[in-house]
Design a protein around this ligand. Structure first.
Ligand code: HPA
Length: 287
């Protein structure tokens, strides 16, 4: 199997960005569907369109802008991906995860992942936020893993552990920051299952995913998290529950992208404020 990118490709993109930015980011945030508004909270911003960055893939989905935005979020130097790359768009998983390795080479320490997801757990309501405790890599279990192929030892080991993918300390901190916000709904916590998409799930598929023990379903995030953990980034993240999956044949409802974006818009402010509040509590790895 050929490698799509050489180590030097990642390095060249990282160097290109480092040369142009005023401040080195410690945290990278991937903004999910309808959550790109998080970049409005940044100050002292510097914006790069993906199309202007060497080697960067381009974004194709409505609701995903395709820009890398650097700036300060609540005093923390961040880089945000406004628009991510999805497997269902036809990108290889090396393309989907390309930015993560670039962030690593820019000395980013922490990756925050966000996504829009369907609620599988019957306790979840539309607009809830789920702290991701764990994931099920359904495409990965069937052979579609971003680490497939020759291992790049400069990023990480051949067989990386994944049992501690979502940082336990940051999950504790997230709960206490959430509790201080005085929100009515509690912060949910659970397992995110990735499906390849692009179609939403059948009733039988939803009931399968529930039986697998997943709480939320979406079409992203897992490849980026695996590549981030492989290269030693600290990871934590959130799913915004934009719809409840259909689990009975009598239902007249259907999942659709507009509903996902609309729910994202309504709950976005809450999630934006939450992530902003959390920034102050992310410990620095290197002094
Ligand atoms: N299924 C898969 N992906 C999704 C969903 C869903 O119900 N909602 C938002 N992203």
């Amino acid at each position: 199997m050929e490698k799509e990118y050489t180590y030097e490709d990642y390095e060249n993109t990282a160097k290109w960005l480092i040369k142009r930015i005023n401040r080195q980011p410690l945290v990278a945030v991937i903004c999910g569907s309808g959550l790109g508004g998080l970049t409005d909270k940044l100050t002292e911003t510097q914006v790069f369109n993906y199309s202007d960055i060497p080697n960067f893939p381009q974004s194709t989905v409505p609701g995903h802008a395709g820009r890398l935005v650097f700036g300060l979020l609540n005093g923390k130097a961040c880089v945000m991906m406004q628009g991510r790359f999805h497997m269902y768009e036809g990108y290889s998983l090396s393309k989907v995860t390309f930015p993560v390795r670039v962030f690593k080479l820019m000395n980013v320490e922490t990756l925050v992942v966000t996504n829009a997801a369907g609620g599988l757990n019957p306790k979840f309501e539309v607009g809830d936020i789920m702290l991701i405790r764990d994931h099920i890599n359904l495409p990965g279990l069937c052979g579609q893993n971003p680490l497939r192929g020759p291992n790049e030892d400069r990023f990480g080991v051949r067989f990386p552990p994944m049992s501690d993918a979502y940082d336990r300390n940051m999950r504790h901190i997230a709960h206490s920051v959430w509790n201080q916000m005085g929100e009515q709904r509690e912060l949910q916590e659970g397992t995110y299952v990735m499906v390849a998409g692009p179609n939403f799930e059948t009733v039988a598929e939803c009931s399968l995913l529930q039986k697998l023990g997943a709480d939320a379903v979406g079409m992203s995030t897992v490849p980026e998290v695996i590549v981030a953990r492989h290269c030693g980034l600290r990871v934590f993240g959130f799913s915004l529950i934009t719809n409840k999956v259909i689990t009975n044949y009598e239902s007249l409802e259907k999942a659709n992208h507009e509903e996902v974006l609309e729910a994202g818009k309504q709950a976005a402010q809450k999630l934006e404020q939450f992530i902003s509040n959390l920034m102050a509590s992310i410990p620095q790895v290197k002094a």
